[in-house]
Design a binder for this molecule. Structure first.
Ligand code: MG
Length: 455
């Protein structure tokens, strides 16, 4: 069956893949799948979001759904609403961190988690068969506007951190909302927590005039400068739908997501007195180092935040996340949660009473090398098997691709889901070791693929 949903919902370029007719049929399919019932819907700040949302709402109400329109809100705020209001499910109109010409549709299950693959397949089946539920004139659904989604989300976050302690620390924060959904939440949160806050790009604008919506180092130069110029303690930036958060230290250095993930993993495990942390196999060893040092243990999943969230739910984990700034706090909810991550970092800094660069200097450092090896799609499975058998006797993890742990680090080779390549990640204590591990694995993989091609 052709797939409609990718790893993060339905995504594409507006007017090409993401059209009003597609959104209408997705709405009709979701309405059929949810068999009427109450559905919450919300959107990010993209220029195309109101158009796509109107089409999805039309499809949902045609199938008899009662739609609660939450307006513009961060994805985690919409997910929190779904979880706490006993609706049948949710829909988010967002393309997260993608460039401005993109948009997307994401389906949320009644627990506020991103829909499972089985769930998505149910909707896909209806979509492709066009076997839509059609309500009669007297059973067509209606739409109610809901205004408290963002405030409820912030109230819940505030209840989970030590507000007095953060207040007393009087931290100075520069917050870059990137013209995305966090404009409506994070500035109010930081101010409520008693920080001195200056904002950048804090007006919602789907043309993203400040910088592209992905919080990469090359996009946030202005934030890094402003932290230094204003002698602030912390810089903060969210992606377009504010499920991710990335930090800048007081010296204006961009903090890579694996460092903040390790920092928070250690902090949360310490606070909880142990517990399980879930993260993809591609995460840096510094995460496991910090978790072990705090008395917890790490479980690894395939790459993808929805899979991390689901595993956390099953295992009763205390924390989880990815190296791109996607942090999950199960005391709040099982999804990436940008504003929650921000609040916990403020609490951590207030507790440690040290600068962020000092706090981060305690995390072990590793070097990561990323490369790729071309491989035709039809050979990927056999190449993977052959690679695993080449490393027999070593510590191998086949959760996602093949990960081999060596004395000096690890190497992960994963077939790409979308391109005819293997992605090869290697991590070592030094750049040299990481490069050596990478070269060794690339040459073995090249040899395997060559011999498979030959015969
Ligand atoms: Mg996002």
């Amino acid at each position: 069956m052709t797939r409609l949903f990718g790893t993060n919902g339905i995504r594409g370029v507006v007017g090409q893949d993401m059209t009003a007719s597609l959104a209408l049929d997705v709405g009709r399919a979701a309405g059929t799948f949810f068999e009427g019932g109450r559905i919450a819907i919300g959107n990010d700040t993209r220029t195309s979001s109101p158009m796509l949302k109107a089409a999805v709402i039309s499809g949902l109400t045609a199938g008899g759904c009662i739609v609660e329109d939450l307006g513009t809100a961060p994805s985690p705020a919409i997910q929190y609403y779904v979880k706490t209001h006993r609706v049948e499910g949710g829909v988010i109109i967002t393309a997260s961190h993608n460039p401005r010409e993109y948009n997307g549709i994401k389906v949320i299950d009644p627990r506020g988690m991103e829909a499972s693959r089985e769930h998505e397949e149910g909707i896909e089946r209806v979509y492709f068969r066009k076997a839509f539920r059609q309500a009669s004139w007297d059973a067509v659904g209606r739409v109610a506007k809901v205004n408290r989604c963002n405030q409820d989300y912030l109230d819940a976050i505030v209840r989970l951190v030590d507000v007095d302690r953060i207040h007393d620390a009087g931290l100075k924060v520069v917050l870059d909302c990137g013209n995305g959904a966090s404009c409506l939440t994070s500035p109010y949160l930081v101010r409520h927590l008693g920080c001195h806050v200056a904002t950048l790009n804090a007006q919602p604008d789907g043309s993203f005039p400040g910088h592209p919506p992905e919080p990469r180092e090359e996009h946030v130069g202005e934030l890094m400068e402003m932290v230094v110029d204003s002698a602030s303690d912390l810089g903060v930036v969210h992606d377009g739908d504010a499920d991710r958060v990335v930090f800048v230290d007081e010296e204006g250095h961009y903090v890579h997501g694996d460092r903040s993930l390790a920092l928070l993993a250690g902090y949360v495990v310490g606070r909880e007195g142990g517990g399980v942390v879930v993260t993809p196999v591609s995460s840096s060893s510094c995460v496991e180092d910090m978790v072990k040092a705090s008395g917890g243990r790490v479980l690894y999943t395939k790459v993808g935040a929805p899979l991390v969230a689901r595993r956390m739910f099953e295992e009763g984990a205390v924390f989880g996340g990815e190296e791109n700034g996607g942090l999950i706090f199960p005391r709040h909810q099982y999804c990436r949660d940008g504003a929650m991550g921000l609040a916990v970092v403020l609490e951590l800094m207030a507790t440690e009473q040290a600068s962020l660069s000092d706090i981060l200097s305690k995390i072990p450092k590793y070097s990561l090398v990323k490369t790729s090896v071309p491989c035709p799609a039809e050979l990927k499975g056999r190449a993977l098997e052959a690679l695993a058998s080449r490393f027999e006797g070593k510590a191998i993890d086949t959760t996602d691709g093949v990960k081999v742990t060596h004395e000096e680090g690890w190497v992960l080779a994963r077939p790409s889901g979308t391109e005819s390549i293997f992605r090869v990640f290697s991590e070592g204590k030094t750049q040299k070791e990481a490069e050596r591990l990478s070269e060794e694995t690339v040459s073995i993989l090249d040899g395997i693929i060559e011999s498979l091609r030959a015969g």
